[in-house]
Ligand binder design. Structure first.
Ligand SMILES: [Zn+2]
Ligand SMILES: [Zn+2]
Length: 149
């Protein structure tokens, strides 16, 4: 193996490793920050490229959830996600995929349905107790919720 191939393998493994350590479903930027602690010279472009190829090969999942930037999931198994409407945090719901949903809906459209994406929304435990931190610039909720904390 050439030294360049070795370096590329190491980058890929480090990215995969860091992503699998967390269940926060980080964005590419956040993964970049995590990986940089291990590989200070890695570029954001390299991180993006590796994330694309890892998700193409099914080792990780790319999550495109409403109202948030692309996130990544080190858990490649099928599971559902719940997104906090207030802070944008994304949690896992460890449940079997609902089966038969495609069949149930196939008569309602001319399309051939091959899959579905289901996203739950709600409030995370911290936001429910009024302790959650607002994600910068992402949520446009009135500041009055912050009072009296
Ligand atoms: Zn929250
Ligand atoms: Zn997940």
């Amino acid at each position: 193996m050439s030294s360049q191939q070795l370096r590329m393998t190491r980058q890929r493994l480090t990215i995969l490793d860091e992503l699998r350590k967390v269940d926060s479903h980080p964005s590419a930027d956040e993964i970049y920050e995590m990986v940089r602690r291990k590989l200070p010279h890695i570029s954001l472009g390299t991180v993006y490229r590796n994330l694309e190829s890892l998700s193409d090969s099914g080792e990780i999942q790319k999550l495109e959830l409403a109202g948030s930037q692309m996130r990544f999931d080190g858990n490649a198994n099928n599971h559902y996600h719940v997104r906090c409407l207030r802070c944008g945090r994304v949690g896992d719901i460890e449940a079997e995929q609902v089966s038969g949903l495609e069949d149930a809906f196939c008569g309602m459209t001319d399309y051939t349905i091959v899959g579905h994406r289901l996203e739950f929304t709600g409030l995370c435990p911290e936001c429910r107790q009024g302790r959650g931190t607002m994600t910068r610039g992402r949520t446009k909720m009135s500041a009055k919720h912050e009072e009296g904390e």
